[in-house]
Design a protein around this ligand. Structure first.
Ligand code: DTR
Ligand code: CA
Ligand code: ZN
Ligand code: ZN
Length: 454
């Protein structure tokens, strides 16, 4: 048994976490010849999977109670909650008070736009890795012509209630959570642009992702998912699929809300949307219900955007999807968590420049039946020009599965990826090999690690 080969058996997340803690306390050198305790790859990821499953239901009644408050604020302040008007600052004060009472660290960031003072509200949930910050946000301002309950009380209230759910759960995710309510979005994403531009580059680099929610309760709702970061998009689409709701890609174009401020800074973004002034088609009405030939929100930017301008089902589904996104994406890994055991070989294997293929072997034993249809193949190759490399997975019977072709144009370093291989036709037990060949002269490297997760 190659001492570099390790088998990380499947455990429950809790047991694994406890075991790892004990291993840390009792760290000893593995006896010669035995596999040393392996890196905590599977347990952490399994913990993540467990966390993902724990996203709470967001009570629609609580979200609507926030909308009632925002409506009252608008009614008491000239009928709107627009930038520079008293109704906006009163909205900030309402949201901030809820968050302060729930244990968040809040910050009100001021800026000036069109001669008036604007405000962003930032709420940090203590804990988590502050080098990996997951943000969720919504603009809190309305247009001056109305109270802006769907646009964007709906997003603001759902983000607030999700933050309060984090507090109720005393949620402790791997990543640090930060929630935000933006000012002056209707003037051109002014508040969120100010926030991003004011972030030091080092702080900006720590934002692992930004989730945007602008109009998520439209009275004639569609279910749109932003098609930006693939992992974020998949998280939301998978959620809606899990409740049997088909989604469409949000196609009103980038730049239409605060996620654009983050996307322009190179930060992964995503979000949800139930539609604005565009008209619902017959096909959309077929799959989503509602009224074909009518706008998703007939009161968009109008005085009738009041608490009666909300579809409860759409608001509830999107609020729950929001919470699922926060719980799932704040876990410690964006890699799909392994479903079971991980086998790895971490011995370095030099790859001859423009030469013969080399292999790293992982011996699988004790399993029954065949490998899965979604076998996770973790590849870690250090190389100075990865386009030189051809990479294959060899099953125990010698069947080759191409993982990566060579490419004269791909000059980037290293191959660090997890490939999904349909290996259902292969017996699980036996010697699996990662075969790597450098097929172009100059630039060299080595296999650093090879992992299989069943
Ligand atoms: N600009 C937003 C409404 C809006 C229009 N298209 C999209 C697409 C995605 C998010 C939001 C929007 C506003 O009026 O606040
Ligand atoms: Ca709900
Ligand atoms: Zn708007
Ligand atoms: Zn909006």
């Amino acid at each position: 048994m190659n001492v570099s080969e390790h088998h990380i058996p499947r455990r429950t997340a809790a047991t694994a976490a406890l075991t790892l803690a004990l291993a840390g306390l009792l760290a000893t050198t593995a006896p010669a010849g035995a596999a040393a305790p392996a890196a905590p790859a599977a347990p952490a990821a399994e913990t993540a999977a467990a966390a993902a499953a724990a996203a709470p239901d967001i009570p629609l009644a609580n979200v609507k109670a926030h909308l009632t408050q925002l409506q009252s604020i608008a009614t008491a302040n000239g009928g709107n909650r627009a930038h520079g008007r008293p109704g906006y600052k009163a909205s900030i004060d309402y949201v901030k008070a809820k968050l302060d009472a729930a244990g968040f660290t809040t910050t009100v960031q001021q800026f000036t736009s069109s001669g008036a003072t604007g405000y962003n509200l930032i709420a940090d949930w203590p804990g988590g890795d502050t080098n990996q910050v997951l943000m969720a946000g919504a603009h809190l301002d309305s247009v001056s012509s109305g109270p802006g309950i769907n646009d964007n009380g709906s997003g603001s209230a759902a983000v607030l209630e999700t933050a309060l759910a984090v507090s109720r759960a005393q949620f402790k995710p791997a990543k640090h959570l930060r929630f935000a309510w933006w000012g002056a979005e209707e003037l051109g994403l002014v508040g969120s642009k100010h926030y991003v531009n004011s972030l030091p580059t080092t702080e900006r680099a720590k934002v692992a992702g930004y989730l945007n929610f602008d109009m998520i309760g439209s009275p004639n709702p569609g279910y749109f998912v932003y098609d930006d970061d693939p992992a974020i998009e998949k998280t939301f689409k998978d959620y809606f699929a899990s409740i049997g709701v088909p989604t469409e890609i949000e196609t009103e174009g980038d730049g239409r809300s605060d996620h654009a401020s983050f996307k322009n800074a190179g930060i992964p973004v995503g979000g949800l949307f139930t539609g604005a002034s565009r008209t619902k088609t017959s096909a959309q009405a077929q799959k989503w219900g509602g009224t074909a030939g009518q706008a998703f929100d007939r009161c968009y930017h109008s005085s009738c955007d009041t608490t009666s301008n909300i579809n409860d089902t759409g608001l509830d589904r999107n609020s729950d999807a929001l919470a699922h996104g926060v719980w799932t994406l704040s876990a410690g890994t964006t890699e799909p968590p392994p479903t079971g055991d991980t086998y790895e070989n971490t011995a370095d294997v030099a790859i001859p420049d423009n030469g013969a293929a080399v292999t790293s072997t992982v011996t699988v034993s004790g399993r029954s039946g065949n490998a899965p249809a979604a076998l996770q193949v973790g590849v870690d190759i250090v190389h100075t020009w990865r386009g030189d490399l051809v990479v294959d997975l060899l099953a125990p019977d010698g069947t080759a599965y191409r993982l990566k072709n060579s490419s004269s144009s791909d000059s980037a370093d290293n191959v660090r990826a997890t490939y999904t291989v349909d290996a259902a036709g292969e017996a699980a037990n036996g010697a699996w090999k990662l075969r790597v060949q450098d097929v172009a002269s100059q630039d060299t490297g080595y296999i650093n690690a090879f992992r299989l997760t069943f």
